[in-house]
Design a protein. Sequence first.
Length: 77
Amino acid sequence: MPFQVWDFDGEHYDLSFFLVEEDLATGQITTQVMRSRYYAISAARLCTLMQQAGFTGVKRLDGVFYQPVLIGSLPVA
């Protein structure tokens, strides 16, 4: 059985992804956990950061994926 735990810490969050398995023959249960830390900012803030980095035509697309997609172009130098 997989499940996730999200622990927020300001603009960051720690994600723990647990996998719990039971061996039906022995009743033995094993648990694995994978952890990662993320920078949690809004899509609007990420668009602003993209523009500050030099991207043009930055926009947010909704309804094309299960979460927003941000796009932009870098001018060719």
